[in-house]
Design a binder for this molecule. Sequence first.
Ligand SMILES: Cc1ncc(C[n+]2csc(CCOP(=O)(O)OP(=O)(O)O)c2C)c(N)n1
Ligand SMILES: [Mg+2]
Length: 563
Amino acid sequence: MAMRVGDVIAEIMKRERVKFLFVYPLTPLTEFAAAADIRPIVVRQERVGCAMADAMGRLSSSDDVAVFGCQGGPGIENTFGAVAQAYSEGVPLVVIVPGPSRALANVPPSFNATLNYQHITKSAETVTTPEMIVPAMRRAFTLARNGRPGPCLVEVSDVFNAEIPSIANAAALDYEPTKRTLIAPDPKAVDAAAEALLNAKMPMIYVGQGVHYAKAWNELRQVAELVEAAVGTSMEGKSAFPETHPLALGAGGPTMSSALATHVRESDVVFGIGVSYSPGFAIRWPTENKRFIHSTVDERDLNKIIPAAYPILGDAKLTLAMMHQALSERLRGKPRGLTRAVAARIQSQNEPWLNAWMPYLTSNAKPLSPYRVVYDLLQTVDVANTIVTHDAGSPRDEMIPFWKSVTPLSYIGWGKTTQLGYGLGLTMGAKMAHPDKLCINYWGEAALGMTGMDFETCVRCQIPIMSILSNNFGMKCEYAAMKLSHQKYRTCDISGNYAEFAKALGGYGERVTEPEQVVHAIVNGIRATKEGKPVLLEFITTQDVRFASGGGLPTDGAGTGGD
Ligand SMILES: Cc1ncc(C[n+]2csc(CCOP(=O)(O)OP(=O)(O)O)c2C)c(N)n1
Ligand SMILES: [Mg+2]
């Protein structure tokens, strides 16, 4: 007797605490996983299954790296977008795919995944002999969860069913679960940064996803409260710091609060912790009269966009703990009593801004204001026990400044690349990771068009998420850029009744047109999720394009959101 390659993969998955196989047929892995009591979740398209695995990795801070499997050729071709998204966001993930036969791996038009995935994975390798599988799996899980997390590809050529003579049974399989090991920063670099922070006139802390992966939430709070600096986050870092805290500025992408925008402009020292300072849909940092402390685990982030006056390479938790100590020594363990003034400054910057937005957040207009939907949602759900994500387009820009996260990893932020439809799979993965929490994705109907059919997976596999659809019958953020084609050929319009769609697939659907129905529908939706039904609430919203771009007011000009 000997184990086959597929049996060994399934056994290794179990040892790596993999509970589900997110999968689209046909791959032999589905059968091997089921034989090992790992439940396959069969989705309707690859992007969604991969996004589910992605969410599991994120929400466990990479403790539980999840696996996605699919067919070679069309399956792995169709998975490309999802892996590219995970790579850009720095998300741990292992993708296992059967490859073309060894004989034809380099003969066109065979799709050679190992070659084609080179630029969107941390590692991509082909297993061509049965014995290679164990070290290949060990490498993939190790790389996925260490350093800057990311997706790793294992392409198994025609050896899935081959026996490994040296492994008679599971007891003979020499495989320990891989570990995450941390890189501590240079104490001198931390010391210099602490000095700079304390000498700053208007310091701020800018928090990225690295704080989530390092589970450094407590350390972050301790440092913020000791140095008494305002704290803003990237979209990925959202929920790393309670957004109701007096020192909180909120999260920023294309849109943000006025206080965050003001601090981005005016701070003289910015302590970026667990951030990449990447371009794209992230905050664009001015660099004049500003010095940046840049803490990251990835040396490729340093001096990528902003000049790093104080580079610190290392894990965010260790960095913050050392920073706390360095600050403590200088302050004799006590804050300087600045908190009240800093909090008052933040409040005075946000007050007129929030007052200007309040009529939209509480609007009684028809079609509905999307801000009213977001605001009512925030007032109605148990925020601490809810996991939320936005989608690309206006939903992201409407949600980021106004949703106030209070617990770590309760918001799945993204936007390094912005693939419409990503949010659904993330929320499905979140619900599988946290069945007791309310899991919500907020999206538009163009996003729904990309992945919406996987609402059927929610029904079939009993994944009772709550989808909040802002249906404005068009790609509202694109009209301004597509004027002529729209005028001549109506290129921006979209149609459909998605509450009916949800019902037809067996879920709970409700279409909402009246402002006074909004809360009611949300309450109905929450109840349905508790009864085990996936929910799609379709809010008919305005095409009005007002966004808090760069901390702006609703009157600052229309059509300035990103896409
Ligand atoms: C896969 C993909 N293709 C194209 C885009 C560009 N894009 C961003 S938002 C958007 C339209 C969004 O429309 P909708 O989902 O209805 O949201 P709305 O802005 O109307 O609320 C498009 C085409 C994208 N982000 N992702
Ligand atoms: Mg739309």
